[in-house]
Design a binder for this molecule. Structure first.
Ligand SMILES: *Cc1c(COP(=O)(O)O)cnc(C)c1O
Length: 483
């Protein structure tokens, strides 16, 4: 199994190299050169960790199998409270794949519990001796999940930068109370773009790279374009399908649709890889919020990032340039040269149009829709009224779109965040008073639903805050040398 860049087929890497490097040297993304096929049917009834191992060993053949087994056990066992791949039934035709039972109550834990272990192992496999410094600009979920995943890893340090005017109080406390000697967290004056620009400047600063090299250190990213973040997400598509077979809802081979609340296109892309491996997925339904650039692209073949940016109640989907789509364009029949051209147009003019053949290939599997804010809040209420089920605004986007595009096959909606992470919004949608203070809101939602919030969220109020530094975006470049 080899990987190559979406922008140059001849730029090749092993799985370990792809994970250690992140982005390919030409700016493309690493993609597998072939799709291993797997007899999923024989995995029915097996635990999450075993399904994970069967899938991951095929994509990561250069990794030692004992290492993989242990890494998988320690990533998806106790820290998911035994609920990795939890599937809740709303009706015979509608299911919620609860991806928020991990340490930070958002689906990014699936990738970021395992990927740091893959990266540390890759360093050893490739003889990397120095230190790896991970820099992350975050608007919320990525920062806390990355900190939780990298805390305590050897020879790796991580610094997270969040906008002082951006994240929710819960998200901020998830970061600033993080334990571990190798982590650091900074509040950056400005918005997410300021923090992101500062981090990008650090990555392109040659003088900084030189000084770090003298200290035998290198910068790296925990961004979702890394193959190591995508590959763990294939697993829960398979376990969902197999659970519905076991429950007698599907006989193996019948199609199952998945509806995915989408931002950077990483989560839904993992479903596409599952399908290429032979999992009988019917449609992959891409659900966008009011920033509907992806839904529009999947309808028309025109990607147009020149549009207004909306801040919505589903902030992790507030994205105009959706990086992982590049992988799909490549696989769907755009050559490396075409992908390079389209990405050049995107960087230069803010958009591109793919050929009809490529669009048709994509539309063979993908459907798409979007929901505006009014629809999202109405959907939270509707899902609760009809099924007694609470969902957060990201998940509600997907429920809304799943309902609108429903066909014959049953649908699994990927539920990407715990409703308690967005208690105020959920209470508001349910017509309940929503206290200003987020912990009061969390307790009010607990009282309303009769279900306890995840311990990692409710306990935040009592944890000591370790990081209080507020810096200018310009200072981000100086941080790696101080770590
Ligand atoms: C990151 C995130 C998403 C979007 O996932 P992508 O892989 O970027 O498409 C959706 N919901 C939540 C809660 C997230 O944190």
């Amino acid at each position: 199994m080899e990987y190559s860049s979406t922008r140059d087929q001849n730029l090749k890497a092993s799985a370990a190299r792809a994970i250690l490097t992140g982005l390919a040297p030409d700016g493309g993304l690493f993609v597998p050169n072939s799709f291993p096929s797997l007899d999923f049917e024989r995995l029915q009834g097996k635990p999450y960790t075993q399904v994970a191992f069967s899938i991951l060993r095929l994509f990561l053949p250069d990794y030692d199998e004992d290492f993989l087994k242990k890494a998988i056990e320690s990533s998806y066992g106790d820290n998911f409270g035994g609920k990795a791949g939890e599937l809740a039934k709303l009706t015979d035709d509608l299911y919620s794949l609860e991806l928020w039972h991990g340490p930070t109550s958002a689906f990014k834990d699936y990738a970021l519990q395992l990927m740091p272990k893959l990266l540390v192992e890759a360093r050893g496999m490739l003889g990397e001796k120095g230190e790896t410094i991970i820099l992350v600009a975050t608007s919320g979920d990525t920062g806390s999940a990355a900190l939780a995943g990298y805390s305590g890893r050897e020879k790796v340090k991580i610094a997270v930068f969040y906008p002082d005017s951006g994240t929710s109080l819960l998200q901020q406390l998830q970061m600033t109370t993080q334990t571990g000697g190798n982590v650091a967290v900074y509040s950056v004056r400005g918005n997410f773009d300021d923090a992101q620009r500062g981090v990008k400047r650090a990555f392109t600063n040659r003088e900084l790279a030189q000084k770090l090299a003298e200290k035998d250190a290198k910068l790296s990213s925990a961004n979702s374009i890394n193959w190591g973040r995508l590959v763990p997400q294939i697993v829960y598509y398979a376990t969902s399908y197999l659970k519905l077979c076991q429950a007698g809802r599907l006989s193996y081979g019948q199609p199952l649709d998945f509806c995915v609340p989408t931002g950077n296109f990483g989560d839904i892309m993992a479903g596409w890889y599952a399908k290429q491996m032979g999992l009988p997925i019917g449609r992959l339904i891409c659900a966008s919020n009011k920033n509907n650039v992806l839904a529009e692209f999947l309808e028309t073949g025109r990607y147009n990032a020149n549009r207004d940016f909306f801040k919505t109640s589903s902030p992790s989907m507030d994205i105009l340039v959706s990086s992982n789509l590049e992988r799909l364009l490549y696989h769907a029949g755009g050559s490396d040269a075409k992908v390079k051209d389209w990405m050049g147009q995107l960087a230069g003019q803010g958009g591109y149009t793919v050929d009809t053949g490529v669009l048709e290939a994509i539309r063979g599997t993908f459907a798409a829709g979007w929901a505006d804010e009014t629809e999202v809040f109405a959907e939270i209420q509707c899902i609760h009224r009809e099924h007694g089920y609470l969902c957060d605004p990201h998940t509600a986007v997907a429920f809304k779109v799943a309902g609108a595009l429903k066909q014959q096959a049953p649908v699994v909606v990927l539920s990407t965040a715990s409703p308690y992470k967005f208690s105020r919004e959920v209470l508001g949608a349910l017509g309940q008073p929503a206290p200003e203070n987020e912990f009061d809101a969390l307790r009010a939602l607990e009282a309303f639903s009769g279900v306890k919030a995840p311990e990692n969220l409710s306990s935040l109020a009592d944890k000591p805050v370790r990081f209080t530094d507020i810096i200018d975006a310009e200072s981000i470049e100086t941080i790696p040398l101080e770590l």
